[in-house]
Design a protein around this ligand. Structure first.
Ligand SMILES: *Cc1c(COP(=O)(O)O)cnc(C)c1O
Length: 466
């Protein structure tokens, strides 16, 4: 399998190189040159498979000979064995033909574990083969950092440095990062805000001389192709559990960076019958505004009760734009260069095509809280604020009640107790058993000034130089 850039100018790469690369050299994102396609008969034959067996069937065409079949099967067994539910992604029924797929049974209680648990193992496998080492550098305001750290904790060929804004992440989120023990894990609390952290990461990627040529940086943010790939699997899993592929499904997906929903779009293109895909955003609704009015325009960042979807631009949307433009990289490049300067639109027929593929809705904090409260009163089931946005959007946008509507449950409610409290409920979502002692565990992090030279010096000194 070859991968090409959405901006048309970077060289095509194989899976291993795409895994180790962030942005393409032309500023684009890597996508597969062509997608595997599965017949209904083939998908039907996957009924009753375990999650990891299903994951093998869906992902192996993408990974190809980078990981031989037996090794990949073993890797997937290990990856999905760490999830705290035997079904890995269990479905919970809310109403007639309405479901939540719980994607938060992994080590950090958010769906990002599905991809990052696999990504850590893939990286280590490929680096062992190549006898190479990488430094992962990332900035986080919440979920990504902890999922990435958990994913890399057992990697021999990876050091991970995660920057978070000092005293500006919630205690649960900080502790999920800083209590993971491992001498390849490095948490840096920067005396600055999230943007300062992100800027340092960006600048470090574009000039890696501080590493002295002895290692290289790798990215684990949501633009990494392997993350999208791992997210395709659970669409197949939900469909097969509810009578697919002999009936089609609808999905509602809480999204900010267009990662999770893009995976659903790919599942459909790979042959899975999906009749509706709902983009569910919070007040940071650039995607919903584009879908409703064909205008792609940055607004100010709003802080909401669903912080993991607080974005101004939606990085993976570029991958959809590439398809909408008939995979013309130059057209995408021009469009996004213009988008950096001001609002842009696409040709009407292309936009209409996008509207056929997706419905969308934006849900504010009040409606989020109303939904948490309503579902708790009806079902005694507690939603986290991100999932609540998905459920609200599903109900607002639903087209056909005969089609099962599945909302992706992206986080455990215990990660976001403030939203639960704000919804007026007096229940306290308890942390699951494997995290019950989170507040007693020893923390390890280093506080550094808001100064890139100091941060880079710390990284250069502390990655294990073997
Ligand atoms: C990251 C995250 C999202 C948004 O994911 P996208 O990659 O933007 O689709 C939604 N909910 C939770 C809980 C998250 O951590």
């Amino acid at each position: 399998m070859r991968y090409i850039s959405t901006r048309g100018e970077a060289p095509a790469l194989g899976f291993e190189d795409v895994l180790l690369t962030g942005l393409a050299t032309d500023g684009g994102l890597y996508v597969p040159e062509s997608l595997p396609h599965f017949s209904l008969e083939e998908i039907r034959s996957w009924r009753g498979l375990s999650y990891s067996e299903l994951a093998f069937n869906v992902m192996h065409p993408f990974v190809d000979d980078a990981v031989p079949a037996d090794d990949f099967r073993k890797m997937l067994n290990e990856t999905y064995a760490v999830f705290a539910h035997p079904a890995v992604a269990p479905l919970v029924q809310l109403d007639t033909n309405e479901w939540v797929m719980e994607l938060f049974r992994g080590p950090t209680l958010a769906f990002k574990d599905f991809a990052l648990q696999l990504l850590g193992r893939l990286l280590d496998y490929v680096l062992e083969k190549r006898q190479q080492h990488v430094v992962i550098m990332g900035a986080t305001s919440g979920d990504t950092g902890s999922a990435a750290i958990e994913g890399c904790r057992r990697c021999e060929h990876v050091d991970i440095f995660i920057l978070h804004p000092y005293q500006r992440v919630s205690e649960v989120q900080r502790r999920q990062m800083t209590t993971v023990q491992g001498d390849n894990i490095h948490n840096i609390a920067v005396r600055g805000n999230f943007d300062d952290c992100q800027r340092m990461v960006k600048e470090s990627f574009s000039n890696q001389s501080f590493l002295g040529g002895k290692t290289q940086l790798a990215a684990v943010n949501s633009i990494n192709w392997a993350r999208i790939m791992a997210q395709i699997v659970y669409y197949f899993h939900a469909s097969l559990a509810l009578g697919g592929p002999d009936r089609s499904m609808a999905f509602s997906v809480p999204t900010g960076n267009f990662g999770d929903i893009f995976a659903g779009y790919l599942a459909k293109k790979m042959g899975l019958p999906i009749s509706q895909l709902v983009i569910a955003t919070n007040r940071n609704d650039i995607l919903h505004r584009f879908m409703s009015g064909n205008k792609y325009e940055q607004h100010q960042l709003e802080h909401t009760l669903s912080p993991s979807m607080d974005i101004m631009v939606s990085s993976n949307f570029e991958r959809l734009l590439f398809d909408l433009h008939g995979r013309d990289g130059l057209a995408v490049k021009t469009l996004l260069e213009n988008a950096a300067k001001g609002p842009v639109s696409i040709e009407d027929y292309r936009w209409k095509h996008a509207r056929k593929l997706f419905d969308s809705d934006a849900v504010d904090d009040k409606a989020t809280c109303d939904t948490i409260r309503e579902i708790y009163q009806q079902n005694e089931y507690l939603l986290d604020p991100h999932t609540a946005i998905g459920v609200r959007a599903a109900r607002n946008c639903r087209r056909d009640p005969a089609v099962p509507m599945i909302t992706l449950g992206t986080a455990h409610p215990a990660k976001f107790p403030d939203a639960v409290a704000e919804s007026g409920l007096s229940v306290q979502p308890p942390l699951p058993a494997h995290m019950a002692d989170l507040f007693e565990r020893e923390e390890r992090y280093t506080v550094l000034d808001n100064n890139i030279a100091g941060v880079q010096e710390f990284i250069a000194k502390n990655w294990k130089n073997t």
